[in-house]
Design a protein around this ligand. Structure first.
Ligand SMILES: Cc1ncc(COP(=O)(O)O)c(C=O)c1O
Length: 376
């Protein structure tokens, strides 16, 4: 296949290229059609047919002509019954990424304590809104990043009831937050809201979800992303769950009334309600495909002398030993392949790269390109 060669500012390590405040925004994706995109992790199996059908049905019904139900009753009920939680604790989101905008607006917290390195949007948002941002580093222990329990507790106690944020599994390290440590964190910080971003947890065979703790801690909010789970990144839909009823009500009142579009809310509600078994089976199979693909990437990259951290997510964090991330991206880009330069994450270096797990042939093509281009 012939691919056009484009240059892309995000993938040459120069940020978004937009003026001033937005320069902090760096994400994967935005690669030309026809590229093999390893830069923006998602479900490697892509969109399930049953969801595609539900989206098409919503479009055929012309649902986009109407406002969605601003209470999202169907969506809430469907989420609650699929995940075994209470509908009153579900706050619909325009993707997991929307949560922090709502949280910061609603809770008026002046401080954010965050386990880093992690998803950069939080840092960016804190910078733009002038909220104090306290990063707490994961401890790098060989090929793993350990959950910084003491660091988070100390930082949060030293602050003024900050919002504490972490991801499970974490982007970009792929590390899980062990439930026993999360429980300790929640017990130690009863005056703080702890937000656990689980955008990728349904694509993991090994990370346990903080939903298991939800009934015990009202200071816990969990984020989920259908965007990632069902590979519909452009649809923009997810939810927040908390057993804190007042918190759920406050957050719900803060969100934009129609924050999830009518096609997305109809399709996801329909799939969870009417195709629940298929959806569960799809997620189970997806997590298995991720596990197998991740093992192949890890083995192939390790053979090339790359340090690959132990991951539980649909991506791996890798540290090159010879060729910088920026130069590697440039060489791969010329072959129509995109990976994520991870040097923009705090505590990582110019040699760190994040690579999404894709299907077997794609993963093999990436490894071939690594070999031929002398990367590692
Ligand atoms: C940890 C984390 N949370 C949330 C998101 C965004 O999720 P969504 O597309 O559901 O907004 C990302 C995207 O990469 C992420 O890495």
């Amino acid at each position: 296949m012939v691919v056009e060669v484009h240059t892309h500012p995000d993938h040459t390590g120069r940020g978004s290229g937009l003026a001033g405040g937005l320069a902090c925004r760096q994400h994967g994706g935005r690669v030309p059609r026809g590229f093999l995109d390893f830069s923006a992790p998602s479900n490697p199996l892509g969109v399930p047919e049953f969801l595609r059908e539900a989206i098409e049905e919503a479009v055929e019904l012309g649902l986009y002509e109407d406002y969605p139900d601003y209470d999202y009753r169907d969506l809430r009920e469907a989420v609650a019954s699929f995940y075994g939680v209470e509908p009153e604790g579900v706050v619909p989101l325009n993707g997991a990424a929307e949560a922090l905008n709502i949280l910061l607006l609603c809770l008026k917290s002046r401080e954010l304590v965050v386990a880093e390195p992690t998803f950069g949007e939080h840092r960016c948002l804190a910078g733009v809104t002038g909220i104090s941002y306290v990063p707490v580093p994961y401890r790098e222990a060989g090929d793993y990043f350990e959950f910084p329990l003491e660091g988070l507790v100390d930082a949060a106690r030293a602050g003024d009831a900050p919002v504490v944020l972490l991801s499970n599994p974490n982007n970009p390290t792929g590390a899980c937050a062990e439930l026993s440590k999360l429980g300790e964190l929640l017990s130690a910080l009863q005056n703080s809201l702890v937000v656990v971003d689980e955008a990728f947890v349904e694509l993991s065979t090994t990370c346990r979800s903080a939903l298991e703790l939800a009934d015990d801690y009202e200071n816990l909010a969990i984020l989920r992303s259908f965007t990632k789970s069902f590979g519909v990144r452009g649809l923009r839909v997810g939810f927040l769950y908390t057993s804190g009823r007042r918190l759920a009500q406050t957050l719900d009142a803060c969100r934009q009334p129609w924050n999830v579009n009518s096609v997305a809310s109809y399709a996801i509600a329909k799939v969870l309600r009417d195709r629940g078994r298929d959806a569960r089976e799809y997620l189970r199979r997806s997590a298995e495909v991720v596990e197998v693909g991740r093992a192949a990437l890890t083995e192939g990259l390790t053979e090339l002398g790359v340090v690959v951290y132990r991951s539980h997510a649909p991506f791996v964090l890798a540290r090159h030993t010879r060729v910088s991330a920026r130069e590697s991206l440039r060489r791969l880009w010329s072959r129509g392949i995109a990976v994520r330069d991870a040097s923009s994450f705090p505590y990582l270096t110019e040699y760190h790269v994040r690579i999404s797990v894709r299907l077997r042939e794609d993963n093999a093509r990436l490894l071939r390109a690594y070999r031929e281009l002398g990367l590692g």
